[in-house]
Design a protein around this ligand. Structure first.
Ligand code: DGI
Ligand code: FE
Ligand code: FE
Ligand code: FE
Length: 185
């Protein structure tokens, strides 16, 4: 699928601010793909579809996770974690995008995981640093992303874990595993 068609589909699915966010993630991810040597069109497609399921009702997301036997632990955690895995399924089933790299980049874009691929890292970081975001510690991650994607990832996942702990909410195991994996490197 070409990026123009992908943008049109997503603009219908998640119109409004979420679509504006998606355009910025795609631009950011494209630059990272060029810098770090990932396939540019594949990266742009993954970015365009990363939040495809973001606006679906919680009960629909839950049903997809159950029907497709995705990680059932997700259901014990915050529903915010469900749109990535459910979106990966929908992009495959509704749009026929079969690429496994794209599937996993969408699936793991919120939590991360141990052993992330280059594309998964690019989408995670692009989502985190796109120019519309602003929060403490972001400039440091933006700077790290210019030179060292793994350092940027370690910092951003560490920041997310701190943020969640400050709010006293549960941290999904994949997020810890992603962090530990980056520390070991
Ligand atoms: O969909 P976006 O808003 O563009 O971004 P995202 O998919 O990265 O979602 C970010 C949200 O997910 C943010 O509010 C933090 C939250 N989050 C990330 N990891 C975890 C988490 N929430 C919980 N409860 N547990 C996690 O491990
Ligand atoms: Fe998301
Ligand atoms: Fe994110
Ligand atoms: Fe996003």
């Amino acid at each position: 699928m070409k990026r123009e068609q992908a943008f049109t589909i997503v603009n219908e699915k998640i119109a409004g601010p979420r679509y504006e966010h998606t355009k910025r993630v795609a631009e950011t991810a494209e630059k990272l793909a060029v810098k770090y040597g990932e396939d540019v069109e594949k990266t742009v497609l993954a970015a365009i579809f990363h939040d495809y399921a973001k606006l679906l009702p919680i009960n629909e997301l839950k049903k997809i996770i159950a029907d497709y036997k995705l990680d059932s632990r997700l259901l014990d955690y915050h529903p915010e974690l469900w749109h990535g895995p459910a979106g990966a399924i929908l992009v495959r089933e509704e749009l026929g995008i079969e690429d496994e790299d794209i599937f996993n980049a969408i699936r793991y874009h919120t939590t991360g995981r141990a052993g992330m691929t280059l594309l998964e890292k690019i989408i995670y970081i692009a989502d985190y640093i796109e120019p519309g975001r602003q929060f403490d510690g972001l400039d440091e991650v933006r700077m790290l992303a210019e030179t060292d994607l793994d350092k940027a990832l370690k910092k951003s996942i560490g920041n997310t874990i701190k943020f969640l702990i400050d709010k006293s909410v549960a941290v999904f195991p994949d997020t810890f595993e992603a962090y530990n994996d980056m520390v070991k490197k």
